[in-house]
Design a protein. Sequence first.
Length: 146
Amino acid sequence: MTASDTLHIVCPHCHTTNRVRRDQLGAAPDCGSCHKALFTGQSVALDAASFERHLGRSQVPLLVDFWAPWCGPCRQMAPGFEQAAAQLEPGMRLAKVDTEAVPALAGRYGIRSIPTLILFKDGREVARQAGAMGAADIVRWARSAG
Ligand code: ZN
């Protein structure tokens, strides 16, 4: 088995980095540490520390919704984002960052309006899109960008 046969997948529950065989990605792999499912079909809420973990270690693209609880369009988009998570996993990890709870991250990425989606690959931003989108548009955009 070579390195390219395995991917580093960060657990959405305990944020431990797991090595998963590429061909096992779709077979509902469990976390070796907390034994919960590595993919749940739902986005993961990240704080500053867990964001760094996923950003730095995940070998599947990380799609982050920068949002805030007081933002109407953000709340409107939330169900669509969860539907997109169900469709895009396990090829991507979908996450949410509350810009009010973690303003430093919003500042670092220069988030000027919310919701803003940013797609990260290997720790680097590869695409961003501001404004609310429905599930189908999120999936289409993420697949074309990723
Ligand atoms: Zn875990």
